[in-house]
Design a protein around this ligand. Structure first.
Ligand SMILES: Cc1ncc(COP(=O)(O)O)c(C=O)c1O
Length: 382
């Protein structure tokens, strides 16, 4: 039904069943034109390029993102090439001269997890990771941990990358101690799981990017910064000086808007592509709600058909899922071992089925370029 949006990527892989879109999404055709437009604008504006981008393209992207997340302050969104840059900038806003207490989960993506593991080698850092499984009790356990210390940062994913399970942001943010910076990694939710941040927009920082469900490719990540934020990240770049600065004495000044979290020179072609996909979705009536319905239908069909197809490893009972209506856009099978999982990913690739894995978890991602027939073909090739 929506394959016409992806003609070029589909034509380049005619016999592949691409079920890894949760990792590396096919790009819609509209992104090609946008990519070329970046070249043309670079040629046209040369020295005035940053002025043009910050006055025209950035506000355009901010408005499209804000509309999809229920945010009333689009100008509070700042861009960077990846989320890791934001993660480190957020961490660098904390006072490292005193004990730094961070509460998170055991299921955060490596950009945060690796960084926090390294920082915990410093004596000042105290990091507590709440296991996400069993998920039936996750929220109670995380709430209990929230009340157990004076946390400086609370960091968790909206959709966990190693399961597709969905955390209730409002519920957990409401219990966070007032002293803590609350950061949500929304990468696996943005443009996939319908999200309305209006009730928590004064409380949370929200990270996401374009490479997955927003389908604009790499290089365009964003951070939403609550309006009252007055931070002085240690890790700071010259883009922060594109706004009015407030400084005391000889201190380095910071803007009062989202640019306090800005970095430095970046390639904005990703932002151009992101604008193109979000504009196309808008034109086609493809809100996150509609996209979610399409994916849910295909996930449901997949699980139904799988129940009639005996497979030594891929069984419905092995899928990590608690609420089928409220689940990320990939299904995760928990298999006996990492070796079994890697072997199966390879075996599937041999049958033209592209999936991926994390440890002993095999992931099948669903997207708009799959129709019912693709799901049936997938089942018949297993
Ligand atoms: C939950 C989550 N956050 C962030 C990222 C991307 O991180 P980065 O932009 O630092 O590469 C991914 C990539 O798979 C992810 O799954």
């Amino acid at each position: 039904m929506y394959k016409h949006l992806y003609q070029r990527f589909l034509a380049a892989h005619p016999s592949e069943l691409h079920f890894a879109c949760h990792s590396h999404h096919y790009w819609p055709d509209c992104t090609r034109e946008a990519h070329l437009q970046y070249w043309d604008d670079s040629c046209k504006y040369v020295d005035d390029k940053w002025g043009y981008i910050f006055s025209t393209k950035v506000p355009q992207a901010q408005k499209l993102i804000a509309a999809n997340l229920g945010l009333s302050h689009p100008e509070q969104i700042v861009f960077a090439p990846n989320t890791h840059e934001f993660v480190f900038r957020l961490l660098s806003s904390l006072n490292w001269k005193k004990p730094v207490r961070i509460l998170t989960t055991d299921s955060e993506f490596y950009s945060f997890d690796r960084q926090i593991n390294r920082l915990s080698e410093l004596p000042e850092f105290e990091v507590v990771k709440v296991p996400t499984l069993p998920f039936e009790t996750f929220h109670e356990r995380f709430e209990e941990a929230l009340g157990s210390a004076n946390w400086d940062m609370i960091f968790f994913s909206q959709v966990f990358f190693n399961s597709g399970l969905v955390a209730d942001i409002s519920r957990l943010a409401a219990k966070a101690p007032a002293s803590a910076m609350v950061v949500i990694d929304g990468y696996h939710a943005f443009m996939a799981v319908p999200t309305d941040l209006s009730s928590v927009q004064e409380r949370i920082f929200y990270l996401a990017g374009s490479y997955k469900y927003a389908q604009g490719g790499e290089g365009a990540c964003f951070l939403y910064v609550p309006t009252g934020t007055r931070h002085r990240p240690l890790y700071t770049g010259w883009f922060a000086e594109l706004s009015h600065l407030s400084a005391v004495g000889n201190e380095v000044g910071y803007p009062t808007n989202a640019l306090q979290y800005a970095g430095s020179t970046m390639d904005f072609s990703g932002v151009y592509r992101l604008i193109a996909t979000l504009e196309t979705f808008k034109k086609e009536g493809l809100s996150a709600e509609v996209i979610h319905q399409v994916v849910q239908r295909n996930q449901k069909l997949f699980l139904q058909e799988l129940s009639g197809k005996p497979h030594p490893l891929l069984q419905g009972s092995k899928v990590l899922m608690t609420h089928p209506e409220q689940h990320g856009h990939f299904l995760t099978f928990e298999l006996p071992s990492t070796e079994d999982t890697q072997k199966l990913v390879k075996e599937l690739a041999g049958k033209g089925i592209k999936t991926d894995s994390r440890g002993n978890r095999l992931r099948f991602g669903f997207g708009l370029y799959h129709d019912e027939q693709d799901v049936r073909d997938l089942i018949s090739r297993l």
